[in-house]
Design a protein around this ligand. Structure first.
Ligand SMILES: *[C@@H]1O[C@H](CO)[C@@H](O)[C@H](O)[C@H]1NC(C)=O
Ligand SMILES: *[C@@H]1O[C@H](CO)[C@@H](O)[C@H](O)[C@H]1NC(C)=O
Ligand SMILES: *[C@@H]1O[C@H](CO)[C@@H](O)[C@H](O)[C@H]1NC(C)=O
Ligand SMILES: *[C@@H]1O[C@H](CO)[C@@H](O)[C@H](O)[C@H]1NC(C)=O
Length: 274
């Protein structure tokens, strides 16, 4: 079985951890916020709302962690409490029946400190992928402006290519640390992992150790652009098994078609592969 769905978790923060979450946003029982959340589902955020969201995430990144460093030496902020929990649980929460529900609840838990500790008035928004799949780098989401969630990485000709089995995708136009946007040059305390390492040994023993690096980004529409078909296939699936198969799309090894889950990771770059 292609284990890509399991891999993302290992990197923790990745090329913006919240991107993962954007696809899987939660619903909430906080009555006051439900109206705002419905509004977010219906329409794109205003620029002020987009900035409020990234500002609240940055706030979380500046608060001290609650996780003891003795348990996860890589934690550097309150945000990393979530990164560490996600890394630790990764083998149990991907590629199986709890995948969506676990992440929905996780998003709810992530949203709480944004609201309660960082005064965020909105909700964790979600990414309507087909809108921008054919040109990620020019999208409102990734154009590198202050109202985006991120820009691309600095160009690095030697950055690794993305592969799907034996199929090699064309490179994006980044590959290094994030060049612009609200999270320019952002770093994480957790190491990254490769597919082969994960397949060989499961969760590495140093997965939660302190190994600082910058988060890299290589926006790649050659990977993301196939998604509208997959989204239609998912929507028309008549069983949860078919739905999850389209989500994880296990039958596309060695082709240039990736489903939403691995495609969403790999279209952002190496930091999102693990
Ligand atoms: C770490 O993962 C184990 C299961 O592998 C789980 O029992 C434990 O509660 C997790 N700890 C945290 C802090 O998430
Ligand atoms: C470019 O990527 C290669 C391969 O990952 C790496 O060894 C090198 O350090 C990177 N260059 C820069 C300037 O970061
Ligand atoms: C890649 O190609 C080799 C040689 O044809 C084959 O043995 C291997 O199974 C392929 N890998 C995948 C993931 O299909
Ligand atoms: C990011 O790092 C590069 C290289 O060190 C530096 O030139 C650039 O000014 C930094 N950008 C920001 C926004 O800090």
């Amino acid at each position: 079985m292609l284990l890509l769905p399991s891999l993302r978790a290992l990197g923790g923060i990745s090329c913006l951890f919240q991107l993962h979450m954007l696809c899987l946003r939660t619903s909430s029982t906080n009555g006051k916020l439900i109206d705002a959340r419905k509004a977010m589902l219906r329409s794109a955020l205003t620029s002020n709302e987009r900035v409020d969201f990234t500002t609240s995430v940055k706030c979380l990144m500046n608060l001290p962690p609650k996780t003891p460093k003795s348990w996860a030496p890589g934690v550097t902020s309150r945000y990393d409490d979530f990164t560490a929990a996600h890394i630790n649980m990764t083998l149990l929460i991907h590629g199986n029946g709890v995948f969506l529900s676990w992440h929905r609840h996780f998003l709810y838990l992530f949203e709480k400190p944004l609201i309660e500790e960082c005064n965020y008035k909105g909700a964790v928004p979600y990414w309507n992928w087909p809108w921008w799949a054919d040109n990620l780098a020019k999208s409102q989401l990734f154009d590198g402006s202050e109202t985006s969630i991120s820009g691309n990485g600095y160009w690095n000709e030697s950055a690794p290519v993305q592969t799907n089995g034996n199929y090699t995708f064309p490179r994006g136009h980044g590959g290094e640390c994030i060049e612009d946007g609200p999270f320019a040059n952002i770093t994480t305390g957790f190491r990254s992992f490769t597919l082969s390492e994960f397949l060989a040994q499961g969760l590495p023993s140093d997965a939660l150790e302190y190994a600082p690096r910058c988060v890299v980004c290589d926006l790649n529409s050659a990977i993301s652009v196939e998604t509208p078909e997959i989204v239609s296939a998912m929507i028309s699936a008549s069983t949860i098994r078919d739905f999850q198969n389209f989500l994880d799309r296990l039958d596309t090894i060695n082709t240039n078609v990736l489903s939403s889950y691995p495609g969403g990771h790999m279209a952002i770059g190496q930091s999102m592969n693990d």
